[in-house]
Design a protein around this ligand. Structure first.
Ligand code: NAP
Length: 270
């Protein structure tokens, strides 16, 4: 049965999870708390009524606390530099220096290149690429000082180049660009901080049933057999957020093959 182990391998580690008001971010927050981490959950939606989509930071934190874990929430709009800075400042004030940063939040528009509005392009790049970059800049000094840290960036197979025959609908070029940039950032940073014992990795989910996916109607007759349980992603992220930074770094991992490689079954979530 799912439970919290306050004395688990992440005991005393402080994690920040972005996009934790719903979907994959909520699941990751729960999974890290299950192993004893103190989890700062962040997004824009704190309370019911603040978003059209289901899920709130309040509910994510309650879910963790009810099960006996430690979590708090900090509202932040990741498209705003001041909010990103405040998020890390308040996370440090809440629990102490950040050991684990999970860059999961995303805003996505599927629109063909020809008509893609500049404003939306810039918003996607800001939230999906620049925010993970900037948040990493904000946590790296204390990780370097303490010679430990784990950054996990959440990507997507959309970051891979489309191959012929072209069976998919168009509109995903900008999303793919964001995720390709995030992946290249990950491996570049992994190299830069290797000597400081900081791991930087990617987990790339398959299709997961989340509020965001429902908005885009991505689950249908043709795709329903590919849907992956959210627990797979949470498990893969936990493993990359707790591995040895000397050996488990610079990886671009798909959840299912990673769990197979490690011979792991995903834990049920609290
Ligand atoms: P989701 O249900 O749409 O949730 C997105 C999260 O990002 C929400 O918590 C949202 O919170 C937050 N967010 C969006 N804009 C934000 C902003 N400006 N500032 C702060 N937070 C913001 O997404 P998901 O399906 O769980 O996806 C999570 C991650 O996995 C994304 O990086 C996505 O690209 C990736 N992924 C998902 C799938 C899938 O099938 N689900 C597949 C491949 C990759 P608020 O609205 O409350 O701010």
């Amino acid at each position: 049965m799912a439970s919290i182990n306050r004395n688990g391998p992440l005991k005393g580690r402080n994690a920040v999870v972005t996009g934790a008001s719903r979907g994959i971010g909520e699941a990751i927050a729960a999974r890290l708390a299950m192993e004893g981490a103190n989890v700062v959950c962040s997004a824009r939606t704190a309370e019911t009524g603040e978003s059209k989509l289901p899920g709130t930071l309040h509910a994510t934190v309650d879910r963790i606390k009810r099960a006996g874990g430690e979590a708090t929430f900090i509202k932040a709009d990741l498209s705003e530099a001041a909010d990103r800075e405040r998020l890390i400042e308040q996370a440090v004030a809440a629990y102490g220096p950040v050991d684990i940063l999970i860059n999961n939040a995303a805003v996505t528009f599927f629109i063909p290149v020809e008509t893609f509005p500049e404003k939306r392009f810039k918003l996607m790049m800001e939230v999906q690429v620049w925010a993970p970059f900037h948040l990493s800049q904000l946590v790296l000094p204390s990780m370097r000082e303490r010679k430990q840290g784990w950054i996990v960036n959440i990507s997507s197979p959309a970051g891979l180049h489309p191959k012929q025959p072209y069976t998919r609908r168009g509109g995903g070029a900008v999303y793919g660009m964001c995720k390709a940039a995030l992946e290249r950032f990950t491996t570049g940073l992994a190299l830069e901080v290797y000597d400081d014992n900081i791991a930087v990795n990617v987990v790339s989910p398959g299709l997961v049933d989340t509020p965001g996916v429902a908005v885009h109607g991505l689950i249908n007759e043709a795709t329903k057999d590919r849907v992956q349980p959210i627990e797979y992603i949470a498990e893969a992220v936990y493993r990359l957020a707790s591995g040895d930074p000397k050996t488990v770094t610079g990886r671009i991992d798909y959840a299912e093959p990673l769990l197979k490689e490690l011979a792991l079954q995903p834990a049920e979530l609290v």
